[in-house]
Ligand binder design. Structure first.
Ligand SMILES: C[C@@]1(CC(=O)O)C2=NC(=C\c3[nH]c(c(CCC(=O)O)c3CC(=O)O)Cc3[nH]c(c(CC(=O)O)c3CCC(=O)O)/C=C3\N/C(=C\2)[C@@H](CCC(=O)O)[C@]3(C)CC(=O)O)/[C@H]1CCC(=O)O
Ligand SMILES: NC(=O)c1ccc[n+]([C@@H]2O[C@H](COP(=O)([O-])OP(=O)(O)OC[C@H]3O[C@@H](n4cnc5c(N)ncnc54)[C@H](O)[C@@H]3O)[C@@H](O)[C@H]2O)c1
Length: 237
């Protein structure tokens, strides 16, 4: 990867379920990368002569395959990988991994050299389907972590239920409202409902969802949606 003074990364969400990812190194940094890859369902191979206890445990649980060797050029695991993480404490080994990965046309991140990395890993808040990624473009990972912690306070657990609900309501409205402009106005208007307050109050239960869906079905128009604002407020109080 050519060094660029003002790199501008392209953020995206990858579906890496079952995709081969290779980590070189078995220390705390490798462990942190393994943890987020496990969460995303990747098939992980880790190459390192020594590993943290947690990594050994994940290997026993079948979450990670560990090859207890030093990195060497020409290892087939790299050839097959989608993503490669160079995370040893040896700068020259990380650089050798980077060069080989790039020769193979692979995306590689280098734990001690973000300027040469093909991608970097952000700090992440997960609330079910809501995923908030924070990056400082490598300027200060500590700040990325701090911002993540701040966002965790603002976007609480209730967002998980909120998004599950909105997804279902959105599917229902897609079925019932054929006009694109009205549909989009409805989706925007639904954001005015105090669903988060309702969920936080603890009074939102599965029958509440049914009642809400019945009301939407009874009047699937922008006017009908606006009327529900008051109904929700009363139930939340
Ligand atoms: C977000 C997070 C995700 C994760 O790792 O999963 C992540 N680093 C985290 C924590 C963290 N890392 C470091 C500290 C100590 C304090 C500090 O240095 O600030 C802390 C804080 C702590 O541990 O408390 C040290 C550090 N980090 C990098 C270098 C090398 C260098 O700078 O080149 C050095 C050694 C510097 C040195 O030698 O002194 C490089 C990278 N770290 C990145 C990601 C990428 C940029 C992210 C961005 O800003 O966009 C990037 C470029 C590459 C990459 O690894 O992908 C995770 C927080 C997860 C969370 O808690 O939410
Ligand atoms: N990107 C980040 O988030 C971040 C955070 C802190 C530090 N760092 C950088 O990452 C590097 C690694 O940090 P750490 O705390 O995990 O180090 P660590 O000392 O805990 O682990 C280093 C690992 O590299 C392995 N290793 C050494 N030589 C190897 C080889 N030839 N082949 C395969 N594996 C080999 C060791 O077995 C060990 O498991 C540090 O040097 C630091 O510069 C990055």
């Amino acid at each position: 990867m050519k060094e660029r003074r003002n790199k501008s990364y392209y953020p995206l969400m990858l579906d890496i379920i079952g995709k081969p990812c290779v980590i070189i190194g078995g220390g705390v940094v490798a462990q942190r990368k393994a943890e987020s890859l496990i969460e995303a369902g990747a098939t992980i191979t880790l190459i390192s002569p020594a590993c943290t206890e947690q990594l050994e445990e994940w290997a026993l649980g079948g979450h990670v395959s560990i090859i207890k060797k030093h990195f060497q050029t020409g290892m087939t695991e790299l050839r097959e990988a989608l993503l490669i993480f160079a995370a040893t404490d040896q700068a020259e080994i990380n650089e050798a991994v980077r060069l080989e990965a790039e020769a193979l046309g692979k995306l590689v991140t280098v734990a001690d050299d973000s300027k040469r990395s093909g991608f970097i890993v952000p700090a992440v808040v997960r609330r079910g389907k809501l995923v908030i990624s924070v990056s400082t473009t490598g300027a200060s990972p500590a700040v990325a972590k701090r911002v993540r912690q701040e966002l965790e306070k603002t976007y609480g657990e209730e967002y998980e239920v909120y998004l599950e609900l909105l997804q279902e309501l959105r599917s229902l409205i897609k079925l019932k409202v054929k006009d694109t402009i009205e549909r989009q106005a409805i989706f925007k208007s639904m954001l005015e409902w105090d669903l988060l307050g309702w969920i936080r109050s603890g009074s939102f239960i599965s029958s509440s969802k049914q009642a809400l869906m019945q009301r939407i079905e009874a009047e699937p128009t922008l006017a009908g949606i606006k009327k529900l604002d008051k109904w929700i407020r009363e139930l939340t109080e």
